[in-house]
Ligand binder design. Structure first.
Ligand SMILES: Nc1ncnc2c1ncn2[C@@H]1O[C@H](COP(=O)(O)OP(=O)(O)OP(=O)(O)O)[C@@H](O)[C@H]1O
Ligand SMILES: [Mg+2]
Length: 252
């Protein structure tokens, strides 16, 4: 069965889409067959950061019953499959939210890990289900963490398993909450701390993912380390050229 990892947050704009996309590619670099789905039907932007230009059909066509899931799977970087949302202003309603959960179960079995880029806040519960793992993204500020706690509670209510929290855009400033404080508030472990890194925005400007464009960046190392952790493999950055060797290792 496909392992499902939902990337969620309480507050918007904390980096879910960025993390979902780069994590998917990182998992793929470790040899996993990965798909990433944009479940943010209203504010879809995963396809943009994955470099997919104007996909003619998308998840919305499956929700409307016009196509099957297989028809809307696109090829992305490093063999990662992308399932774009397709923009709609209608968004979710009771009816299509149940459909969405059902069709997420129809992901082809060759996909080992499905990463879901969830919409911010309450709408995320529309993709959350039993048997899924949820990663809660937060920035190290009180308001973001208190909304993260609400999301964690909602995720558990939906029967999903909260794997832990990812602190994003950390700058190491005194006024930021520490990992320990965040762990205590959320009552879950912090499984990664991703720095606020220019590499993320620079990669965006090149329409590339930072894990591929900036293999030496700290944010890349931390993302690879998170991916390795999730699949239980050992990752030693080993300095320069690690990513290159990793890629060679997995592509012959
Ligand atoms: N670690 C980081 N360092 C620097 N910039 C970052 C980092 N992570 C994300 N960003 C930037 O922050 C902005 C918001 O990121 P993103 O769109 O991934 O958030 P989101 O949680 O998906 O937002 P939404 O709730 O609107 O879907 C983007 O401009 C992104 O490039
Ligand atoms: Mg997003």
């Amino acid at each position: 069965m496909t392992r499902v990892i939902v990337v969620a947050s309480g507050k918007g704009g904390v980096g879910k889409t960025t993390i979902a996309a780069n994590l998917a590619v990182a998992l793929s670099l470790f040899g996993k067959k990965v798909a990433v789905v944009d479940a943010d039907i209203v504010m879809a932007n995963l396809e943009i950061i994955m470099g997919l230009k104007n996909p003619p059909v998308a998840l919305i066509d499956v929700l409307k019953g016009r196509l099957e899931v297989e028809d809307v799977i696109y090829e992305g970087p490093e063999g990662v499959k992308i399932i774009p949302a397709g923009i709609t202003l209608d968004g979710f309603n009771e009816e299509n939210m149940e459909t969405l959960k059902t069709l997420l179960k129809e992901i082809p079995a060759y996909i080992e890990i499905l990463v879901i880029d969830a919409p911010a806040g309450r709408d995320a519960t529309m993709v959350m289900d039993r048997g899924q793992e949820v990663i809660i993204v937060t920035v190290p500020q009180v308001s973001s963490v208190s909304d993260a706690l609400k999301m964690k509670i909602l995720a558990e209510r939906m029967g999903a398993e909260v794997t832990g929290a990812v602190i994003n855009m950390a700058r190491g400033r005194k006024y930021e909450l520490t990992a320990e404080e965040i762990e205590n508030t959320l009552d879950t472990s912090v499984i990664a701390v991703l720095p606020d890194d220019e590499a993320v925005k620079e990669a965006l400007a090149y329409e590339m993912l930072y894990v591929l464009k900036y293999p030496e960046a700290r944010v890349t190392r931390e993302t690879l380390s998170l991916a390795a952790n999730l699949i239980g493999v050992t990752y030693n950055p080993e300095g320069r050229g690690f990513l290159h060797r990793l890629r060679r290792f997995f592509t012959h």
